[in-house]
Ligand binder design. Structure first.
Ligand code: IMP
Ligand code: MG
Length: 369
């Protein structure tokens, strides 16, 4: 992921793929033009990189020149095209090939046709590396297209966002979800996860998604997914991951404009961690960190026994049950620790100390994400 000015972009088309597309354009044009010596005209600024790569690959003699037009402001195409540098040579009777980096609305192309109206060229051929069919609203024929792309803003390989990004050899696409901070929060029973989740939620304006709560909500309100989940539970079967993921997806979509999410109680397996990654990827986002509160077993036992004195929770009253729950936690979460460590996303935070001390430690991790 890259950031240009205020916006985030994700990798979209690699240098290698671009090279292949350019080669395909070169081959097509060289074949069709035979021994004609074409004048390639790049439309500046965006096409400088394409033109350079293109003519280096072009197998026969050719001429190269540029005209400079400007139509874009920020990430939007405008109707108003400015001619900054026009034609500087006589092209009467010549075969002219326009080399465009990208055709979007077609406004620039319309201006190009206007420029050539009275030039008496032999033929005007349009070649563009990128083409956004959904945005194009003109009738001019595009003779050669390197690659059709969706109607999303891209940068790199000559294309810019307010001046930045032209130098990048690969192409990046504007992220539909801008930056989110998404955390998977972990901690053994008694680690103080609930307290810290509440704090993180407030401080970073995140949405806390507790899988247990999401389940209870869906079942209580008899949503389609809730009923589906219940049908498995009633048979004593595990709810399939896809059902859980679908519920989480709903929660994420409900809060599409959020600064990010704290996932609590999910994932619990490798497969679920992968499914969560896929869900976030689908939202043009990502899991940034697994943050695990680390507390020594003896401290946990002590805390839970103390809680049991007042909470009335039977599972907090028996030391052997408590120890077993803690052991279970480590057995189950070991794979997840590995999963996120492999991606450099595991952060263990010392969970012993005052609530304030621990929140400071958590903030130090999150501020760096
Ligand atoms: P059109 O006039 O709308 O067809 O747009 C053509 C010009 O707009 C191109 O030559 C680019 O300079 C710019 N442009 C269009 N789409 C993009 C994009 O996705 N990223 C960066 N520039 C773009
Ligand atoms: Mg351009």
């Amino acid at each position: 992921m890259i950031k240009l000015h205020d916006l985030y972009f994700k990798p979209f088309i690699s240098e290698q793929e671009i090279d292949t597309a350019v080669q395909k354009m070169v081959d097509g044009i060289a074949d069709d033009l035979g021994d004609e010596v074409p004048v390639f005209i790049g439309i500046l600024n965006g096409s400088f990189m394409l033109v350079s790569d293109f003519v280096k690959k072009y197998p026969k003699p050719c001429e190269v020149t540029f005209i400079k037009l400007a139509s874009y402001e920020g990430v939007k195409s405008t109707e108003d095209i400015q001619r900054l540098i026009g034609l500087t040579q006589d092209l009467t009777g010549r075969t002219v090939v326009i080399l465009e980096d990208i055709i979007d609305s077609g406004n620039t192309l319309e201006e190009v046709h206007r420029i050539f109206e009275n030039e008496n060229v032999k033929q005007l051929i349009i070649a563009t590396l990128f083409y956004k069919p959904e945005a194009y609203n003109k009738d001019f024929k595009l003779h050669y297209v390197g690659m059709e792309i969706p109607n999303k803003f891209i940068v790199g390989y000559g294309l810019d966002y307010n001046g930045l990004g032209r130098d990048l050899p690969d192409v990046y696409q504007l992220k539909t979800t801008q930056h989110m901070t998404n955390i998977v929060l972990f901690g053994p029973p008694g680690a103080g996860k609930g307290t810290q989740a509440n704090f993180l939620k407030e401080k970073y304006d995140l949405i806390h998604i507790s899988t247990g709560d999401v389940f209870r909500f869906n079942i209580k309100n008899e949503t389609a997914l809730g009923m589906l989940a219940k049908s498995f539970m009633d048979k004593g079967e595990l709810v399939p991951d896809q059902v859980t993921i679908d519920m989480l997806n709903k929660e994420v979509e409900k809060n599409a404009g959020a600064n990010g999410f704290i996932f609590d109680g999910f994932p619990r397996t490798n497969a679920q961690a992968k499914a969560l990654d896929a869900l976030m990827e689908d939202k043009d986002s990502q899991i940034d960190a697994m943050v695990a509160l680390e507390v020594d077993d003896e401290v946990l036992v002590e805390r839970l026994l103390k809680r049991g004195e007042t909470s009335g929770r039977t599972d907090d009253a028996d030391e052997s049950i408590i120890r077993n729950r803690i052991k279970q936690y480590y057995t189950k979460t070991a794979v997840l620790k590995d999963y996120y460590t492999d991606q450099n996303k595991y952060f263990g935070v010392d969970g012993v100390g005052s609530v304030e001390d621990i929140t400071v430690r958590l903030s130090t991790v999150i501020d760096k994400l």
